[in-house]
Design a binder for this molecule. Structure first.
Ligand SMILES: [Fe+2]
Length: 356
């Protein structure tokens, strides 16, 4: 690729010699000026089309340092090389930092060394340009990735809303089969949100918990109404069938990528910290906080509402049973404490009013 080198020296003999040398030995374009002020008005320089500037140090009207400083303001990517007499060497060295000088060449110069220095300077310029392009390409691809991610997030969120909308209808239909459980899902998801907020869950985890609350019993769609609405105690065999609903719920929702975070609390909302729960008999830390919250809330709602096999337990009785389960190491004591505190503070009154 042909590059353009600007030569600035007040002595025409020198510029002519250098221009000839560069054209012959380096096969590069040359732009020659004998007055630095004129060079600063050069269209090539203003357009950023000068790749390397070779400037004399001592020139009438403007010295080489001042000229290169202004030239670099106009064309910051140009490589600056100074030609200097031995007496000016100290000044040239001082200007290395001031104008970002790439090299200084002492007069009289050796042709071969001068060409090598200029070639190295042009290679540096090539390298800087390549890096700049790579950076720009990287920025463009980063922007693309960010836009794609945002788009996916939007699609994801829309898909999730649609899925939850449809599945909530199914959950309502499951509830409608059992008059005693009507409103259970609404109350459980509302309690989950309240407790999750008190426990400082992130907005994403809160949303997951709320949706899991809405859909936690959706697997009951596969459970017989005879078992769901049986007025008396379930037989062992019936209970085993009933227990399948949490894993069935997970199975039902598994194909929906947008609900993948909800699968864990749905599958595990009947686990107990001591390992006595189902379906996996998980213990302690193996049970997520979302599952623990859902579990406490689900039990509380069942206790404090009328069931097919018994009447509604009083608040005192319900709280007593939760406390006992905590003491037995089955429920998360911190979650139960938070539930009690929202019950005491009146924050849950609107939900409690729906419990019959
Ligand atoms: Fe359940």
């Amino acid at each position: 690729m042909s590059r353009t080198i600007m030569i600035v020296d007040d002595e025409p003999m020198i510029t002519t010699t250098l221009a000839t040398l560069i054209r012959l030995m380096m096969k590069q374009d040359v732009s020659v000026f004998n007055d630095p002020r004129e060079a600063l008005r050069s269209e090539l320089l203003l357009a950023g089309d000068i790749d390397l500037i070779l400037s004399d140090f001592l020139m009438p009207g403007m010295n080489g340092v001042e000229f290169l400083r202004r030239a670099k303001e106009l064309s910051p990517n140009a490589i600056a090389v100074m030609l200097t007499g031995y007496a000016d060497k100290e000044n040239a060295i001082r200007s290395i930092n001031e104008v970002g000088l790439y090299y200084y060449i002492e007069k009289p110069w050796d042709n071969a060394s001068l060409v090598r220095i200029l070639q190295n300077g042009l290679e540096k310029r090539d390298m800087e340009e390549r890096e700049k392009h790579q950076r720009q390409e990287l920025e463009v691809s980063n922007d693309k990735i960010i836009r794609l991610y945002e788009r996916l997030q939007q699609d994801y969120s829309t898909e999730r809303k649609q899925a939850v909308g449809i599945l909530s209808l199914l959950a309502d239909a499951v509830e409608a089969h059992d008059q005693y459980s009507i409103g259970h899902v609404y109350r459980v998801s509302s309690f989950c949100r309240l407790i999750g907020q008190k426990m400082d869950l992130s907005p994403e985890r809160l949303e997951t918990l709320f949706i899991a609350g809405e859909l936690h019993d959706i697997g009951k769609v596969a459970t017989s109404d005879l078992i769901l609405t049986k007025p008396g105690k379930l037989t062992q065999e019936e209970f085993e069938i009933m227990k399948r609903h949490s894993a069935e719920g997970e199975k039902l929702l598994k194909p929906l990528a947008s609900l993948k975070e909800c699968l864990d609390p749905i599958r595990h909302h009947h686990e107990k910290l001591d390992g006595s729960g189902y379906p996996d008999g998980l213990k302690g830390d193996g049970i997520s906080l979302e599952s623990r919250i859902l579990s406490v809330v689900d039990i509380f709602d069942a206790l404090h509402t009328t069931r097919p096999y018994r009447g509604k337990l009083s608040m005192e009785q319900a709280r007593g049973i939760l406390s006992e389960e905590c003491e037995r190491g089955q429920l998360d004591a911190e979650v139960v404490d938070v539930l009690f505190s929202v019950l005491d503070s009146g924050e849950a009154d609107a939900i409690l009013a729906l419990m019959r």
